[in-house]
Ligand binder design. Structure first.
Ligand code: GLU
Length: 471
């Protein structure tokens, strides 16, 4: 498939602008991924901006969680992290310049007065809004300054007409300017408000494309009008629909892990997460599995879906299994070592490359791989009496003893072990499961293992003979 998109004329600059108020959640990670992939696709710049001006809700732990999540996913910013709290002087400077230019004004209405204006509008069946009492107009006399009251600064929003843009995801969107009242851009103590900080930073950072969640659609006309008042270029905007849970409700903790780092803990590879997250709301034909490089070369916002994506844990596990199966063995060994140690296992007990080779086809996550590896790295769990009674019958024990005698003389390779198993089956006129299951119970304490010859080879001759001697 070829992209119909032509390269933008100016160098692409995108940003991810999370508010550090929790962990990096799946929706945020996906937004970051799209902004990153878009910048990479055009050889542009991806910027990380931490929107930490909400002092009550922002925490250093949440900042760290964002940085950790992005690093784990390999979404490395080219610029930043920048912190909005470090741009306060700049915001104040722009507010002062807008006051001087008359694109913003001081408003002395009290909170109670503004609430009353809103109430009145509502009563008239109109949208609740500030009524423009302090908005300067030619020939208008403003009220007398109330003594001792600090003003807010309001943006002098355009009246009449509409503010429109062609959304990269949703297509043409238009808001009547009559719907936008004069937004407060600075509080009485002079601190700038949310939409204003976004505007100044997008301008200063020369952002060309804003990709973000569609919960921000209503902010966009406000941001565009302020940018225009500043004489700043208006970026292109693309608003990505949210992610729904498998039940069609907005994805939340009820649906399981929503923090990206929980997926790290649960044993998903970052490559699998990137692949799965990319497909959640973006497509390239019917391709389900693709590398990071393919994603970058294919990525275009035209194939971002207009409708909400649905989280599908089964599909994530399918993608994850694919990445485990195709991962480099040494890489997987490294990735599961700490998980095995956390289970009390010891990776020195077996050739871990062989262990991984044997188990990678049957593991959906690193956690499952580590669970499986405990057969070789953990202490031997004696089979239960029930398993012994059921599977270590006299016939089975005879065959196992015979197997053990020959095994002591057999070169310890999978082929030789397999040949020996066939010989014992023939000598005792048994079928494969009649020997393989008792062998599993005797050497692994369970009836279910991968191919028994491979399991025996990895366990090693000494261990196998010792366990068989104990039956
Ligand atoms: N800080 C906002 C958020 O976390 C995003 C702002 C933006 O992308 O413009 O929802």
């Amino acid at each position: 498939m070829t992209s119909a998109m032509t390269a933008p004329s100016t160098p692409v600059r995108t940003r991810f602008a999370p508010s550090p108020t929790g962990f990096l959640h799946l929706g945020g990670a996906r937004t970051a991924l799209f902004a990153w992939a878009y910048a990479r696709h055009f050889g542009g710049t991806f910027i990380l901006r931490i929107e930490d001006t909400d002092l009550e809700r922002s925490t250093p732990e949440a900042v760290q969680a964002i940085l950790d999540g992005m690093q784990w996913l390999g979404l490395t910013p080219d610029e930043g992290p920048f912190y909005q709290m470090q741009h306060m002087d700049r915001y104040r400077e722009v507010i002062a310049s807008m006051l001087a230019a008359g694109t913003a004004y001081h408003c002395y209405s009290s909170t109670e007065e503004v609430d009353a204006m809103r109430e009145l509008a509502r009563a008239k069946g109109e949208k609740p809004r500030y009524d423009g009492t302090w908005r300067p107009e030619p020939g208008k006399t403003l009220p007398a300054l109330p003594a001792g009251r600090l003003p807010v600064v309001r943006f002098k929003s355009p009246q009449g007409g509409a503010t429109a843009w062609v959304d990269l995801v949703k297509g043409p969107i238009s808001f009547d300017n009559s719907e936008l009242d004069d937004l407060v851009i600075a509080r009485p103590d002079g601190t700038p408000t949310y939409n204003f900080c976004v505007v100044v930073d997008d301008w200063d950072m020369r952002i060309t494309h804003v990709l973000r969640g569609d919960d921000h659609v209503n902010n966009t006309p406000r941001q565009i009008t302020i940018l225009r008042a500043l004489g700043a270029p208006v970026p292109e905007y693309g608003h990505v629909p949210m992610i729904l849970g498998p039940d069609g409700e907005k994805l939340s903790k009820r649906h399981g892990a929503v923090s990206v780092m929980e997926y790290d803990r649960d044993g998903y590879l970052p490559e699998a997460m990137i692949n799965y997250l990319a497909r959640l709301g973006w497509s390239h034909g019917d391709d389900e599995l693709f590398s990071r490089e393919q994603l970058v070369s294919w990525f275009d916002p035209q194939h971002l879906s207009k409708s909400a994506a649905q989280w599908d844990p089964k599909k994530l596990n399918w993608v994850s299994a694919h990445y485990i199966k195709h991962s480099d063995d040494a890489h997987l060994v490294k990735a599961i070592t700490a998980r095995i140690e956390a289970r009390g296992g010891d990776t020195q007990r077996a050739d871990m490359i062989q262990v991984v080779k044997l188990l990678k086809d049957r593991s959906e996550t690193l956690e499952q791989l580590a669970d499986g590896a405990m057969m070789f790295c953990g202490d031997f769990t004696q089979p239960s009496q029930e398993l012994i009674n059921q599977h270590l019958t006299e016939t089975a024990r005879n065959a196992l003893r015979d197997f053990a005698v020959h095994a002591a003389q057999t070169p310890w390779t999978r082929e030789a072990i397999s040949a020996l198993i066939k010989t014992i089956l023939a000598n005792h006129t048994l079928k494969m499961p009649q020997l393989a299951i008792p062998l599993r119970v005797a050497v692994a304490g369970t009836t279910q293992t991968p191919a028994i010859d491979a399991v025996l080879e990895i366990l090693g001759q000494k261990t196998v003979l010792a366990r068989l001697a104990d039956i």
